[in-house]
Design a protein around this ligand. Structure first.
Ligand SMILES: [Zn+2]
Length: 475
C-alpha cells in the first residue's frame, strides 16, 4: 500500500477576557463564583430581551485577527445557530456564519527549529454556552459561562501530524496572550479545540471525508486524540482499501484513550442558520482597523528573535516568551547590568532554581523592583556577585527586599581602601611562604593570599580591590 499522510485542521475556541459578557452586562469572570450568580434575562435567553454586542470584545477580536494576519472584513454580521441543548437557554447560539469578522490569515510556528506556516480560514465571534455537570442520573446546569464571548479560529487543513497540531496550537495560545484578548488558561477551559483529520495517499491532493473530534480541552488531549484517530483511520483504510465514505463526528474519551462515534453525518443546514434580527451588521472602516493595528504589541516570535539576537540560548528565549513575569524581571535586570548573559544567569538560572527549590511560582517570588535593586547593588559593588546569590536565595525564602537582607546580615562588601590595605598587609605578614613563591615566579601563589583576605573578611572584601592593592604592594 502507498504511504498515507494525515490532513489535519483545527477549530479553536478561545474565551475572551472582557469585563462583561458578549451581549449583556453580566460579569464575565465567573471563576470561583457560586453557580448561576452571574446571569441576567439576556444571557438566560428570556423572551423579549435584546442582545447588545460588547465593544471591548469586538475590538479584541479585531486585534487578534490582525495579529493572525487576517483581513478584517469591512462588513460582518451575526447569525442564529439553532440547536437544542440544556446548556443553551435561548435554543440558539449567536454566532457568525457566512460573513465572519475576519478571513484569510496565517500563523507561523516553529517545530524542532524549523519554521512552518498554517493558514487561517476565518475568525468569528460568538457566545459560549453554560456548563453541565453530570452526577449519576442528575445533570446540573450552571449558566455563569453562558454568554461569555468566544473567538472561533478556523484553520485550513495545513497540519500533517499531531505534533504539528500541538506546535501550532501552542504558538496560537502565546499570540492570544500577547495580544491580550484571552487569558487562554487551559486549566479553566479557556481554550478548546475541535480537530478534523482525514488520510490520503502521499503525493495526491484530494481531500477525503474527515473525522471531526469534538471538544479537546488540553494540548495532551489534542495530541492523543489525533494519534488515536489517525491510527483508526489507517486501520479502516487497510480493511476497506480507502478513506471514510462520508464525514463523521466523534468524541474523545480521555480516560479510555479512544474516540467514540457521535454523529454519522452532519451538514451546516442542520442548524438552520439565519441572520440575527436584533443586531445590525457590523462595519469597520479602514482607518479604525489601522488604528488598532498600530497598537499591537510585539508578537511572541518577534520577541524570541530579539532575545536570541542578544545571545541567549533557544530554551532561555522560549522561557522568557512564555513567562511574562520572568520577562519583566529579565528586562529590568538587563537594563541595570547592560549584559544579557548576566541578566539571564541571575533570573533564569539562579532565581528560577531557587523558586523551584522553594516550590514557588514566579508570582510568589521577588518582585521586579527587588530584582532590579539586587542587580544594582551587585553592579555598584555593595555586595559581590557571590554574595548576591545568597541574598537572592533569602529574597525567595523571606520575600524581603535585598537592602533589608544585606543590612541585616552585614553582608555589605568592604570597598574601603584603608580597610582592605590593612587586611592585605596582615595577609602578607601571615603568608611569608606564598610571597616567596610569588617572587620566585609562581603567580598562582597569589591566590592563597587573596583567599586569606576573603576568609578574614568573611567574604565581604571586594575581590577586585584586594587584587589591585596586593599587586601594588608586592608586584
Ligand atoms: Zn447576562
Amino acid at each position: 500500500m502507498q504511504e498515507l499522510e494525515a490532513i489535519i485542521g483545527l477549530e479553536v475556541h478561545a474565551q475572551m477576557n472582557t469585563k462583561t459578557k458578549m451581549f449583556c452586562g453580566c460579569d464575565n469572570d465567573a471563576f470561583g463564583k457560586e453557580p448561576n450568580t452571574t446571569v441576567c434575562p439576556i444571557c438566560m435567553g428570556h423572551p423579549g430581551t435584546l442582545p447588545v454586542p460588547n465593544a471591548e470584545a469586538m475590538e479584541k477580536a479585531v486585534r487578534t485577527s490582525l495579529a493572525l494576519h487576517c483581513t478584517v472584513n469591512p462588513a460582518s454580521h451575526f447569525d442564529r445557530k439553532h440547536y437544542f441543548y440544556p446548556d443553551l437557554p435561548a435554543g440558539f447560539q449567536i454566532s457568525q456564519y457566512d460573513y465572519p469578522l475576519a478571513s484569510k490569515g496565517t500563523v507561523d510556528y516553529e517545530m524542532e527549529g524549523e519554521k512552518h506556516t498554517c493558514r487561517i480560514t476565518r475568525l468569528h465571534v460568538e457566545n459560549d454556552a453554560g456548563k453541565l455537570t453530570h452526577r449519576g442520573d442528575l445533570t446540573l446546569c450552571d449558566y455563569n459561562r453562558a454568554g461569555t464571548p468566544l473567538m472561533e479560529i478556523v484553520t485550513e487543513p495545513d497540519l500533517r501530524s499531531a505534533d504539528e497540531a500541538v506546535a501550532f496550537a501552542e504558538e496560537l495560545r502565546r499570540m492570544l496572550i500577547a495580544v491580550g484578548s484571552s487569558d487562554a488558561d487551559m486549566f479553566k477551559g479557556m481554550m478548546r479545540f475541535d480537530a478534523s483529520i482525514s488520510l490520503r495517499e502521499k503525493g495526491t491532493t484530494k481531500l477525503n471525508p474527515r473525522s471531526e473530534i469534538k471538544n479537546l480541552n488540553s494540548f495532551k488531549a489534542l495530541e492523543r486524540a489525533l494519534i488515536f484517530e489517525g491510527n483508526r483511520l489507517k486501520d479502516i483504510w487497510e480493511e476497506t482499501g480507502g478513506p471514510l465514505k462520508h464525514d463523521i463526528t466523534v468524541g474523545w474519551l480521555d480516560d479510555e484513550g479512544r474516540t467514540r462515534l457521535l454523529r454519522d453525518k452532519e451538514t451546516a443546514t442542520d442548524y438552520r442558520y439565519f441572520p440575527e434580527p436584533d443586531i445590525p451588521p457590523l462595519q469597520f472602516s479602514g482607518d479604525e482597523v489601522e488604528e488598532i493595528r498600530k497598537s499591537l504589541p510585539r508578537m511572541p516570535a518577534e520577541l524570541k528573535a530579539d532575545y536570541l539576537a542578544l545571545g541567549l540560548m533557544d530554551a532561555e528565549a522560549a522561557m522568557l516568551v512564555d513567562q511574562p513575569l520572568l520577562r519583566a524581571h529579565f528586562d529590568a535586570v538587563k537594563d541595570v547590568t547592560g549584559d544579557a548573559k548576566r541578566a539571564s544567569s541571575l533570573v533564569l538560572t539562579q532565581l528560577v532554581g531557587f523558586l523551584k527549590a522553594a516550590d514557588k511560582s514566579p508570582a510568589e517570588g521577588p518582585g521586579t523592583d527587588h530584582l532590579r535593586d539586587l542587580a544594582a547593588a551587585i553592579r555598584a559593588g555593595t555586595i559581590s556577585g557571590n554574595a548576591g546569590k545568597d541574598v537572592l536565595e533569602k529574597m525567595v525564602e523571606t520575600g524581603k527586599s535585598p537592602r533589608e537582607i544585606i543590612e541585616a546580615a552585614g553582608m555589605k562588601q568592604i570597598s574601603d581602601t584603608g580597610a582592605i590595605e590593612k587586611l592585605v598587609d596582615e595577609a602578607i605578614a601571615a603568608n611569608p611562604k606564598a610571597i616567596e613563591s610569588f617572587k620566585a615566579g609562581k603567580s598562582a601563589a597569589l591566590g592563597a593570599i587573596v583567599g586569606w583576605v576573603m576568609k578574614e573578611s568573611k567574604g565581604q572584601a571586594n575581590p577586585k580591590m584586594v587584587n589591585e592593592i596586593l599587586m601594588k604592594k608586592i608586584g
